[in-house]
Design a protein around this ligand. Sequence first.
Ligand SMILES: [Zn+2]
Length: 299
Amino acid sequence: MHASEPTECGNIVHWSMHRGAWFYRLRVTLLGSVLVAVCAWACFDVMDRRARTEWNAPITVGVVVMRLGDVSPEALVRLTERVRVLERRLSMELRRYRPEAQQPMIRLVPYGPVEVTEPPPDVPGTTLWERLVHTVELFQYTSAVDRAAGVPTLALDSRIYLLAEPPRSGFDYSVEGYSEAGGRVGVARVSLDATTVDLGLFVVAHELFHTLGASDKYDEHGRTRIPEGLAEPDRVPLFPQPGAEIMARNRVVDATREIAPDSLEELYVGRWTAREIGWLTAPVRQRTESAPIADATRY
Ligand SMILES: [Zn+2]
């Protein structure tokens, strides 16, 4: 008995070690493959997002309209129709900086409206955990909307989701939004009726430009930063401005007063924003990138 035990034991130990080593190798191989795939996808995604602001080829943006509650059907139809007007307005603005650029360089494709029963997740928090939870919740929300509206997610360079809600009596019209800077997804909300169609699309454009790398051009009180947030900073006299800079949101009418734009014809892309998203030429862009915004006021 003592003579046979070591042999049996030895065989079992040997087999266990063999099996353990095999599983270990399998696990390492699988994890390694997943890691390589994730890294390859991340590299591709980073390069693909950067390519959006080189403007060598048109980018395609989905404008996904969602309807929450009793929103005017006429206003929703008008909103979809005016997407083409926003596309034209952005083309005109690009032409100021790049007259030779192929047009339209930003193609806007409307989707929806999709009926929803709840709004998108609120503005993301500040902690890493809050942002992680928000990312997951937003992904789940937009995935469901994409399925309902037939949005070809992978074929689009950016997607802006616009939630249309009925105006609430006794409240001012509200427009708001958030986006991942340099990311692919933006969210905007508008109290929609016949008078706020263009305002809603203005916010769509604002959030789209965030996804392309543009920063806000208003201060902590919501007031336009001057001159970065001006449509025409060289205008003489400076006020009233002819329109609202896309990242400042308001049209400055005099030194103390500014108002929300009425129409997409008032949408301007100012010099500072144009540099951030790569519309301005390389030498000027390099000066911007190396200079803080305060220094940039020299331009
Ligand atoms: Zn913003």
